[in-house]
Design a protein around this ligand. Structure first.
Ligand SMILES: NC(=O)c1ccc[n+]([C@@H]2O[C@H](COP(=O)([O-])OP(=O)(O)OC[C@H]3O[C@@H](n4cnc5c(N)ncnc54)[C@H](OP(=O)(O)O)[C@@H]3O)[C@@H](O)[C@H]2O)c1
Length: 316
């Protein structure tokens, strides 16, 4: 099969095309014929070697954790799918090697789900990782409920594009940060307020909107943004970061709770997201589509940190 691979950690020019054996579905697994693969910042972080201590890696390594495509084969004991079904999946596995920048991937069947009925493969491939991360951060970790207020950083990014919609759909009041060129995009996602993070400190801008502070901060930036975010929270509020592990003493000093989330595969949550898209409650991020062979360029763009929505690699 065709794939884009790296043979060691390094810059984007390490990514090169390769012809590799097609994987086979073991018991309990699904072989997916990938038609589109989502690009996420974690892909270039893996390529640079930043996650080497967190997960075992093997080379040649195919990056990519997001797939949309059709079922090509089923391992024994897999009864929930039929060959040809349109599926999507967040394909993180215990060993980082067989990713989705390729024509085929195998994944545990329970973490694969039918994709939304009326969605094309490119938009579907933009969803699993950011959809699951946003769900697990906002609902599982923060416990966000109707009537609460939430500050979502980077509302125009891959995560922000879904988090803003999920929070709004849950009945929360949403303020998101974005650069001025993304104000309209983020408003159209459903944000009640957009704060231009390039115009100055976001804390007074958020406090002007929510004088007692917000109930939840979704930190998709980390560093200084995380530290300053505590001042935008109300007492007993909570900050969930997906970038930097919060320091619990620092959070405690502000009288708030803080936690880190690393997204897990979850077929049930993918089914909920598919149902929400089919019902018209949420929609995928804006996408830019590039060919699989342009994976290095796609990662360079992602690494610059200003993609609106998602980049998707067209595979099939
Ligand atoms: N722990 C986990 O499980 C997990 C899961 C997914 C993602 N992540 C991490 O979360 C981060 C965000 O992911 P993503 O996919 O949303 O990234 P992304 O799509 O690359 O984010 C790009 C967006 O960030 C905005 N941005 C950049 N700097 C900003 C700032 N200081 N304040 C506000 N917005 C800013 C840009 O908007 P402008 O052009 O307007 O500046 C751009 O739209 C990444 O570091 C990623 O690795 C972690």
């Amino acid at each position: 099969m065709r794939a884009m691979v790296i043979d060691g950690f390094g810059g984007a020019d390490h990514l090169h095309p390769a012809e590799l054996p097609e994987p086979a579905a073991a018991a309990g697994e699904v072989l997916i014929r990938i038609l589109a693969a989502g690009v996420n910042p974690v892909d270039w972080k893996i390529r640079e070697g930043y996650l080497a201590a967190m997960f075992p890696h093997r080379f040649p390594l195919i990056p990519g954790w997001d797939a949309a495509g059709t079922v090509a084969a089923l391992g024994v004991d897999v009864a929930d799918f039929a060959v040809g079904d349109r599926v999507w999946a967040y394909c993180r596995k215990p060993i980082v090697q067989g990713g989705t920048y390729a024509e085929f991937v195998v994944m545990t069947a329970r973490d694969v789900a039918a994709m939304p009925v009326h969605l094309d493969f490119e938009h579907a491939a933009a969803m699993p990782l950011v959809g699951l991360t946003s769900w697990q951060a906002l609902f599982d970790a923060a416990g966000l409920i109707a009537g609460q207020s939430v500050l979502i950083h980077a509302g125009a990014g891959g995560i922000g594009s879904i988090a803003v919609q999920l929070a709004k759909n849950a009945g929360a009041r949403v303020v998101a940060t974005a650069g001025p060129q993304n104000r309209t995009y983020v408003r159209d996602l459903g944000a009640d307020h957009v704060v231009d993070y390039t115009a100055g400190d976001f804390v007074p801008a958020v406090r002007a909107l929510f004088p007692e502070g917000v109930d939840v901060v979704f930190d998709t930036i980390g560093g200084e943004t995380q530290t300053r975010s505590y001042q935008a929270l109300r007492r007993n509020g909570c900050l969930i970061s997906i970038v930097d592990e919060p320091r619990l003493e620092e959070a405690g000093g502000f009288g708030v709770r803080a936690a880190f989330v690393f997204v897990s595969p979850n077929g049930n949550q993918l089914r909920k997201l598919a149902a929400m898209i089919d019902a018209g409650d949420i929609r995928p991020p804006a996408i830019s589509v590039m060919p699989l062979s342009a994976a290095a360029e796609a990662q360079r763009l992602s690494q610059q940190g200003h993609v609106r929505g998602k980049i998707v690699l067209k595979v099939g």
